[in-house]
Design a protein around this ligand. Structure first.
Ligand code: SF4
Length: 71
């Protein structure tokens, strides 16, 4: 089942964890605030099966819930 991931940059504190766990999915702007690596202006993205575990880990590790997951 494809998984939809949303990011809330307003909640991001630029801790750097999400791209550590899912470097193909997450990246940061010049202030270290989260964005999607492949689609920097998007606020949501469907996650391919191969990346679902890494994104799940990033979701769990994000200290401010700036990453949201929906089935
Ligand atoms: S883990 Fe959360 S708070 Fe940390 S950089 Fe990523 S989105 Fe921002």
């Amino acid at each position: 089942m494809s998984q939809r991931c949303k990011i809330v940059p307003e909640r991001c504190i630029a801790c750097g964890l999400c791209a550590l766990y899912a470097p193909n999915i997450f990246d940061y702007d010049e202030d270290g605030i989260v964005l999607f690596a492949q689609e920097p202006t998007a606020r949501q993205q469907f996650i391919i099966d191969e990346e679902q575990e890494t994104v799940q880990t990033a979701y769990r590790k994000c200290p401010t819930r700036a990453i949201l997951l929906e089935k």
